[in-house]
Design a protein around this ligand. Sequence first.
Ligand code: ATP
Ligand code: LTN
Length: 332
Amino acid sequence: MKRLVSGIKPTGELTLGNYIGALKNFVQLQNELEDTEFFIFIADLHAITTMQEKSNLRKNIKNIAAIYIACGLDPNKVNLFIQSEVNEHAELGYVMESTLYIGEMERMIQYKEKRANNEEAIRTSLLTYPALMAADILLYDASIVPIGEDQTQHLEITKVAATRFNHLYGETFTIPSGFTPKTGARIMGLQDPTKKMSKSADKTPKDYILLLDDLNQVRNKIKSAITDSDNKIYFDKENKPGISNLLTIYSSLTNIKIDDLVAKYENISYGEFKSDLAEIVVSELSVIQERYKEIIGKKELDLYLDKGRENAKRVASRKLKKVYERIGLGRK
Ligand code: ATP
Ligand code: LTN
């Protein structure tokens, strides 16, 4: 039986970027892959690499759990759980810190970027973050890890950690592969299409679409997305980042190839294109929002998270025990 692992940090409300780059692919893989066990979690330990207000953190954790289900993950097929409730993640995270080198951590782009924005109070865990992410994946011997493009470097370091550990202590971990969508692995901001759409960076709300945004606001955000003035629709990431980003969103949500969209919208104005796209996004989000309302606050949500935690713990504790034995920690 193969295993798939992925997680999302509860650092804010989820965006269309999270949906296209990650969530939508979790659902697609759930429906396509056979003989695969799914472990999808809420990465709350990762969230505290930066300051989180307590009540927001709690709210965001539950919110992501409900969004997972609202987007189409079937909690009877997929193990949904909260990372901090399976203590093996933190414990193997420490072992991974003792496997990876500081130089390797310091090379991580996400660390360097976040550090550049906040020179003063950088938490140590922001640097060691990839060690915890490696633990998240290796605890379950995951062979497939669906992620957006910004996480590929972290997945690479996970492979380094697994290979090094196997070499030092004998075959212990499966080397994982990333699954990144061909289109939509990096959705850009609507106001600044040269930067990633993000839920936690300091941005104007018009730059991102939240999955739970009011649908009229969604329409307005798409209509006021920054585009160039040449009024021709074609894909050119360098020179036309705005329109290229909108084409990517359109293509990801409809599965229509970008080339076919370009042909369809030849000689059509940006305004009309944006209106069509707005309706496509709205119809996708309205289904998610309906299901979200049905599940949030319900007792079932906790029961699913309990069941997910137990299943995750069973696998994770066995693995951690084996790791400790391999290293020579403790007495047996
Ligand atoms: P933050 O914005 O708080 O730094 P994030 O959104 O990058 O967080 P997560 O919420 O943990 O981080 O990301 C969950 C998944 O969504 C990851 O696989 C990530 O690669 C993907 N993702 C995030 N933003 C985008 C985006 N703009 N385009 C495509 N995928 C994305
Ligand atoms: N690092 C990811 C979230 C994350 C993750 C993981 C993704 C934490 N652990 C394990 C896949 C597998 C992020 O910041 N987006």
